[in-house]
Write a protein that binds this ligand. Sequence first.
Ligand SMILES: Cc1cc2nc3c(=O)[nH]c(=O)nc-3n(C[C@H](O)[C@H](O)[C@H](O)COP(=O)(O)OP(=O)(O)OC[C@H]3O[C@@H](n4cnc5c(N)ncnc54)[C@H](O)[C@@H]3O)c2cc1C
Length: 496
Amino acid sequence: MIYNSLWLKGIKTKAEPILNKDINTDILIIGGGITGISTAFYLKDSKLNITLVDSFKIGHGTTAKTTGKLTYMQDLIYNKIQNIYNFNKAKKYLDSQKYAIELVKSNILNYNIKCNFESNSSYVFTDNSNNINKINKLKTFLNKAYNDCKVVPHLPIKYPCKYALRVDNTATFHPVKYVLALKDICQKSGINIYENTKIINLEKTIDGYIAKTKNNKIIAKKVVLACHYPFFLKPYFFPFKTYLEKSYVASGIVPKNKMFNAISGDDDTHSIRYYSDTKDYIIYAGLAKPLGSNMDNEKNFKDLTWHMESNLTKDIKYEWFNYDIITPDGLPLIGYLEKDNNNLLIGTGFNTWGMTNGSLAGKILSDLIKGKENKYQDLFDPKRNLTFLKSINILNYNIDAGVNYVLSKIKTNYNFYPDNVKVITKDGVKYGIYIDENQKEHIVYNLCPHLKCNLVFNTIYKTWDCPCHGSRFDIDGKVIKGPSVYNISINKDTLK
Ligand SMILES: Cc1cc2nc3c(=O)[nH]c(=O)nc-3n(C[C@H](O)[C@H](O)[C@H](O)COP(=O)(O)OP(=O)(O)OC[C@H]3O[C@@H](n4cnc5c(N)ncnc54)[C@H](O)[C@@H]3O)c2cc1C
């Protein structure tokens, strides 16, 4: 078993330079996932000077761990949007997703991008009789909007399903190949791309921003935040308005690609798609839960394997996990982050649908920068009123997160820790200790620098993971995923 994403299999990229001098730019894009690269792509023909930086490698963040569906059949999202707003808003969101699929499709066609694009059908289904009325509500919505969905009794494979809806004009692709192809196009158009270049601070000036890395600064007129979870608290206070949902993904070999993708509308989401290169694979994602409630990776991978083996294939090759940002109203956050500030833009909060929404964010953000109207800019405006009533899920999550936060302060060691992992407290400070196979001790601060949550050891990846906002650190304390921009390494003498 390989505990890594199928999308990184065989991917070899040339390393981009690390920023090692101070620079000036018109537009600074922070983050090179599908959102950042799409924004750069749609700005490539402007006369603006564009710089894109990524703290790691282009296309290797959340985008490399998705299931890579390009679909508007997004579980029960339209029911949620209709409940909170109305039919028209839900329909506009549906239109935006159809539009985003066309955007990606036309880029692939126009630039002849080889990214295993495959047109196929999408299903939303349930295996729970109590949820049939929810699926029927979705059917009524889709048929009122476009009359393009069909009721079917089961999926095209033997899989637990009592009722399903199908549409036929959706697709799947290889997300990393797509993003890397857009990167090449951007570079050929003169966009400057830096990797292993982490922004640790943003300072507002009268006519833009100064973004700081450890040793250099970038003076920019406008900044686009395409870094998934922002590394700062103010403005916007993301942790109080959004939460992270984590899922586990597995991929295994099957005899034949059945050319469909599906997602359940049940609480325990099941998501399926196929992918073909030299072999045919099925990809399954499940066990979706708020991030902090899902930290026993060994157990979760076992449950995932059991489900795959029982229902889809016994020949599992890859397993990984991923998390995405969930917003209170089911709509992404794309646009200007602050009132009266046209220099700070963001694209995030994709509710696990960032292949369409990240691409769309690229288009909307580039239109805003070029001063062009975009018909979806109001729908996704991050400054929209996410009132208390609309935020009831987030409120529940914040209560849970608060409880988890307090528990994490009290709790030191988890029952799933093996003997070579422990957390100790000395002079009121918690330290995490991991002893490797050569009996070498690796000691770190057990506190996330982002918002001071205590960290949980990930026994599969040998990392210290934040249960609150998703930062991750290696056994020697180096940050490998934000929002934290700081390490948790310690001076060995601290413990003596
Ligand atoms: C299990 C699962 C399955 C999914 N499947 C689908 C699907 O089938 N279809 C779909 O539409 N969506 C899907 N999604 C959602 C999708 O994966 C995400 O919404 C999308 O990948 C987010 O892309 P991004 O560009 O915003 O973020 P990322 O891909 O994470 O890119 C952000 C980049 O910013 C960089 N960065 C971060 N901080 C800094 C910093 N301080 N300085 C510089 N760079 C920084 C990171 O290194 C990273 O490369 C799924 C999500 C999950 C959890």
